[in-house]
Design a protein around this ligand. Structure first.
Ligand code: SAH
Ligand code: SF4
Ligand code: F3S
Length: 493
């Protein structure tokens, strides 16, 4: 097992408008054009090879973690395609392999080290293979050092703050240098980089980066830096372009998306951005994630209820149902305050789909305190939950605190949590039997190509028979059967 001990500044860095100076947060045009020039230079080399022997090199990016990483991988793949690389269908098929990593829980990290180790022989047989590792895990110096010392077959390591310098780093690798680039301060935001997205109808748009919340268990603020919002003009322009390209549903992304704009504007909030995004002709559905309960304002709830295009779906991570645990997690709300917000949301949008994240076995959590989490589940009646057993993250305050529950007890609590939730999820889905929903068809089901898959406005997965030409269009589907995690239906003629 790799040792990933790191020493990090666990003190919250205070946030100031000066630090958020708009100009210093936009990557300077010279850097952007220098990177664009390197992309062109590499393209010339690749085109020359193609004209000589008709072959194209292929690149594959393996992405771990959240949508933020998926979004970063879309930019990396965009740059690689501009350089003349083709998208490979698998690692086995690729000449360039990049792992975009996640550090949020230990098991995600272990998987990456395992996968890197497995490539050692392949690299020995084929020294031309380029292997890179980037993302949140690499933003931690100890992990980058580990790769540098013990995984000599890896050609490049770069952290989250180096994304926009990828072309120059990659060029060094092509020039036979080994690159390790972990910048200590968060990167400025860059606009205008190429992006390789998945096909319409769904697109994800990052509206802000980083997190200022420092929940005591969480590594994200350390590896993603402080909150930096893109300008409203940049976001709206990107959404308009996506609409022209045929995208119909946009999900606005940020680790704490509803604090959008606080670093940039005095009188323009996330609710205003949502209102403006909804004005885009051609975009029919707007979603967003992730919201922090403390930042769900009345204005945001009113905007959600008012704007037809905003999907009536809210992912509102509660983490724990016990107020003492919540305080120790530094979540800045109590159980009662959370439930009050949920009440407001339900009052404004009675049929809203609600989902949440929960951590079981946080240091100090007792069995009695865990009962409060079950109580929240029963009171809120979420449609789905995403639950995790607490994982120690070196450098975070909670990593120094002791457990009350044993591993065995944590597992028992975890299983009870799933049991309680599965029953609620199934009951909620059963209530939809016989009803008809407008479903945006996403494509063929992964397991059966004669079945199409799509989502309701509430974000529920619906599987139904239909022709693959329906991909990207809305259909009315009547629900004929339900599962805990999905619905089954028939297209209404
Ligand atoms: N910004 C989002 C999501 C952050 S990471 C938010 O604030 O909700 C996604 C989820 O991973 C978190 O909501 C939390 O439930 C879980 N998580 C984060 N750190 C964890 C840790 N150390 N152990 C277990 N789960 C963790
Ligand atoms: Fe992590 Fe908390 Fe920030 Fe979410 S809000 S990314 S859980 S520190
Ligand atoms: Fe993981 Fe980084 Fe996202 S730590 S959850 S990939 S921001």
């Amino acid at each position: 097992m790799p040792v990933t001990k790191i020493k990090q500044n666990t003190k919250e860095r205070s946030f100031s408008k000066e630090m958020a100076d708009k100009k210093s947060r936009i990557l300077d045009p010279e850097t952007v054009s220098k990177q664009a020039q390197i992309i062109k230079d590499i393209r010339i080399i690749n085109e020359k090879r193609f004209s000589e022997d008709g072959t194209r090199k292929k690149a594959f990016i393996e992405t771990y973690g959240c949508q933020q990483n998926v979004s970063d991988s879309e930019i990396l793949m965009g740059m690689l395609e501009e350089m003349g690389y083709q998208k490979a269908i698998s690692k086995e098929d690729a000449d360039v392999i990049i792992f975009n990593t996640c550090a949020v829980r230990e098991n995600a990290e272990l998987k990456v080290f395992g996968n890197l180790g497995a490539l050692k022989h392949r690299k020995a047989k084929n020294p031309d293979l380029i292997i890179g590792v980037c993302g949140c895990m690499m933003q931690q110096k100890a992990n980058a050092d580990e790769i540098k010392k013990k995984y000599k077959h890896i050609d490049m390591v770069f952290g989250t703050h180096s994304l926009y310098y990828f072309p120059s780093l990659f060029k060094e690798v092509l020039d036979d240098k080994r690159v390790i680039d972990v910048k200590e301060t968060e990167g400025a935001i860059a606009e205008g980089y190429p992006v390789k997205r998945s096909e319409p109808p769904l697109a994800w748009v990052s509206v802000m980066y980083g997190c200022n919340n420092f929940c005591s268990y969480c590594i994200v603020p350390y590896v993603r830096g402080r909150e930096r919002s893109r300008t409203k003009e940049a976001v709206i322009k990107e959404v308009q372009t996506l609409a022209k390209e045929g995208y119909k549903e946009i999900t606005l992304l940020g680790q704490n998306v509803n604090s959008y704009g606080k670093d940039l504007y005095d009188d323009y909030s996330f609710a205003d951005l949502l209102t403006d995004v909804c004005k885009t002709e051609g975009i029919e559905r707007v979603r967003f994630m992730t919201s922090h309960p403390k930042d769900i304002s009345d204005k945001l709830i009113e905007t959600m209820a008012r704007e037809e295009k905003i999907c009536k779906q809210l992912h509102l991570p509660v983490q724990s149902g016990n107020s003492r645990v919540l305080e120790s997690m530094n979540r800045k709300y109590t159980k009662e305050e959370y439930l009050e917000k949920i009440q407001k949301v339900k009052k404004a949008m009675p049929n809203i789909t609600l989902t949440t994240d929960i951590i079981v076995g946080f240091p100090g959590e007792t069995k009695e305190e865990f009962e409060d989490t079950l109580d929240v589940l029963r009171k809120v009646r979420y449609d789905t939950i995403f639950s995790f057993i607490y994982s120690k993250r070196p450098g975070t305050p909670a990593s120094l605190w002791d457990d009350v529950l044993t591993d065995e007890e944590k597992k028992e609590c975890f299983n009870r949590l799933l049991e309680v939730q599965d029953e609620i999820s199934l009951e909620k889905n059963k209530a939809l039997l016989g009803k008809t929903f407008k479903v945006l068809t996403e494509g063929e089901s992964k397991t059966d190509s004669s079945v199409l898959t799509g989502r309701t406005e509430g974000g529920k997965i619906v599987n139904f028979k239909g022709d693959s030409s329906l991909k990207g269009s809305f259909v009315n589907v009547k629900i004929t059967d339900v599962r805990t995690w999905s619905l089954i239906g028939e297209i209404e003629k």
